[in-house]
Write a protein that binds this ligand. Structure first.
Ligand SMILES: Nc1ncnc2c1ncn2[C@@H]1O[C@H](COP(=O)(O)OP(=O)(O)OP(=O)(O)O)[C@@H](O)[C@H]1O
Ligand SMILES: [Mg+2]
Length: 135
């Protein structure tokens, strides 16, 4: 791990901190404008889910390296109710509140890897990874 950042997600304003944090990491790795925008957009959607569905939490961001490629790894963790049916949650149009149900599936399409892990005793970790130069 080459560097790490921690952002608390308790209010809507914290989503700006998430966005800025990811923007800086993407710039420092040399992400192009399009890829930087993709990972920033995914991060804000995941952060909004942490806030709205997860009752708040945090993002831990890290620069990682695998097989000579650098990437950004974003871990969103909360202690909310968790996601009982992950496939359903990823289905476009599914929402348990009054959203559009597009954030999670959209985020998955905007990054290279997205994994959802239940946390004990409560909550969820959503991990997104975007590699430099890997589409
Ligand atoms: N951190 C989380 N904790 C608990 N449930 C979650 C979490 N993230 C997502 N979900 C569940 O997955 C569903 C789908 O998430 P998604 O982001 O696609 O839609 P949404 O947040 O409801 O609406 P939108 O993001 O389009 O405004 C949510 O409605 C919620 O039920
Ligand atoms: Mg959402």
């Amino acid at each position: 791990m080459l560097g790490a950042e921690y952002v608390c997600i308790k209010t809507e304003d914290d989503l700006l901190l998430v966005r800025n944090c990811v923007r800086q990491l993407a710039a420092s790795l040399g992400f192009g404008v399009l890829d930087a925008t993709r990972v920033m957009t995914a991060a804000v959607e995941l952060g909004r889910n942490t806030l709205i569905h997860g009752e708040g939490g945090h993002m831990q961001a890290a620069i990682i390296m695998q097989r000579n490629t650098k990437g950004i790894r974003l871990d969103f963790e909360d202690t909310g109710p968790g996601i009982p049916d992950i496939d359903l949650a990823l289905t476009d149009g599914y929402t348990s509140k009054n959203g559009m149900g597009l954030g999670l599936g959209g985020a998955k399409r905007l990054v290279n890897e997205l994994t959802i892990v239940p946390l004990a005793p409560r909550g969820v970790r959503v991990r997104a990874i975007s590699w430099l130069d890997r589409n």
